[in-house]
Every structure is written in structure tokens, then in C-alpha cells.
Design a binder for this molecule. Structure first.
Ligand SMILES: [Zn+2]
Length: 229
């Protein structure tokens, strides 16, 4: 009832193009689902996403689903997802990415999905971890479980942009903590680390390097978008 009254005043629109949605679609219209710019990084012989982590993080596989363009549809989507509280966009993007990448064998051998954790104070303030919704969309599409307890974010970092590069590195580097009790079950397993937008990769590097402390563990990476280089 409340839903229908709400819809009377706010007809559902596509968060990418702003056009009204047909009743079969949620959050992103059919046309945008087809036309949003893919990076296709995973199809390339020299994968630019994997290349970003050369010498930083040894990765089995890595890709970003969409190409972020200034004032483009992906930017609009991410804006609503990250700053306007439309967390379901993350789920939809996660599903879309998973269905397409599954065809290409991207998830073969993956045992567990780990969304980049946020600190509990940030979680309390925001109410949810954005990366978790992306991970849920992926998990539902490929039937691989999400693990929220393997790694946690310990230090409540203040706004990253205010810090010098060195301090920023220091701050991020020390802030992810592995749950020691969980390590034995992850020996030799393959973890997929998930995040929303790839920019410098420093957060993924910090979190991923902690996960790689687990003996014999393999790591892959999937983000929903990559910033313009
Ligand atoms: Zn659209």
C-alpha cells in the first residue's frame, strides 16, 4: 500500500538515463543495461585492470565491469548508489556483472566473495556497506557465498583527501585486520575481493595484501566501475 502511494507521486525512473522504467525492470532500464559502457578489460590480452596492480598485488584475475565517464550514465548510477542511498543499484550492477563475467569463466574456482569492509562506526552512520550489496548481487547470480567475518576494518580513517600521500598510505595499510581464527579454512582457497569504484587501488591493495597473508590463498578482484585514467 505504502509502496503504491509512493509510486503515484514518484514514478520509477532509470537511475542511469532518467527515463521512466517499464514494470519489468528495477533501477536500470533495458536500454541502459545493454548500452552502459563496459571496460571489457577481462577480454583483453593485456588486461589494464590487472596491470594497475603489477608489483603491488599478485592477482589471479581482475576486472572492472563499467567505464566511469565524467557526467556519463555510470557516474549517475554510482552517484545514486554511493551518495543518495539507493543501495539496490549495487545489487543490480553486481548481478549484471556476474551474469556477463560468468560466461567468460571469470568465477571458475572462486570459493568465497569478500566485499571491502568498512569500519563499524562508518557502518553505523551510513547504515550499510555499499560493497556488500554488490557482493550480494554477485553471490545470488553465481551461488558463491559471501564472507563478512574474514577481514575487518579496524581504524576509523578520517577523510582520505585531507592527508598527504604518505600518511594516506600508512593509514590505509594498517587498517585491515584478518580474523586469525578463520585462516585455517582458507588455506589454498580462492577469494574474490569486491569494491564499487576503482580509482588508485590503494584500498584494494591494502585489504588484498592482508588476505594474501593466508598461506596458499589466491586472490581475484572485481569492481563495478573504473575511474577515468
Ligand atoms: Zn536508462
Amino acid at each position: 500500500m505504502i509502496g503504491s502511494v509512493f509510486q503515484l507521486f514518484y514514478p520509477k525512473v532509470c537511475f542511469a538515463c532518467g527515463k521512466p522504467l517499464s514494470k519489468n525492470f528495477e533501477h536500470i532500464c533495458l536500454q541502459c543495461r545493454h548500452s552502459l559502457p563496459r571496460t571489457e578489460a577481462y577480454d583483453r590480452k593485456e588486461n589494464p585492470i590487472q596491470k594497475m596492480f603489477w608489483g603491488r598485488l599478485p592477482l589471479e584475475r581482475a576486472t572492472s565491469f563499467l567505464q566511469f565517464q565524467k557526467s556519463g550514465k555510470v557516474q549517475r548510477l554510482i552517484h545514486h548508489f554511493k551518495y543518495k542511498g539507493v543501495k539496490e543499484i549495487g545489487y543490480t550492477l553486481g548481478q549484471m556483472a556476474a551474469f556477463e563475467l560468468k560466461e567468460k569463466g571469470f568465477f571458475e574456482g572462486i570459493d568465497s566473495i569478500v566485499p571491502i569492509p568498512i569500519h563499524k562506526l562508518k557502518l553505523k552512520k551510513r547504515g550499510y556497506n555499499q560493497s556488500y550489496f554488490i557482493a550480494e548481487g554477485i553471490s545470488d547470480a553465481i551461488q558463491i557465498k559471501i564472507d563478512l567475518e574474514l577481514i575487518t576494518k579496524e581504524i576509523h580513517t578520517e577523510s582520505q583527501t585531507k592527508k598527504s600521500r604518505f600518511k594516506r598510505w600508512q593509514n590505509v595499510d594498517s587498517s585491515f585486520k584478518l580474523n586469525m581464527e578463520r585462516i585455517p579454512e582458507y588455506r589454498g582457497k580462492h577469494i574474490l575481493l569486491v569494491d564499487d569504484v576503482l580509482t588508485t587501488g590503494s584500498t584494494l591493495e591494502a585489504c588484498g595484501s592482508q588476505l594474501l597473508q593466508i598461506p596458499g590463498v589466491k586472490l581475484s578482484l572485481l569492481t563495478m566501475a573504473v575511474a577515468e585514467g
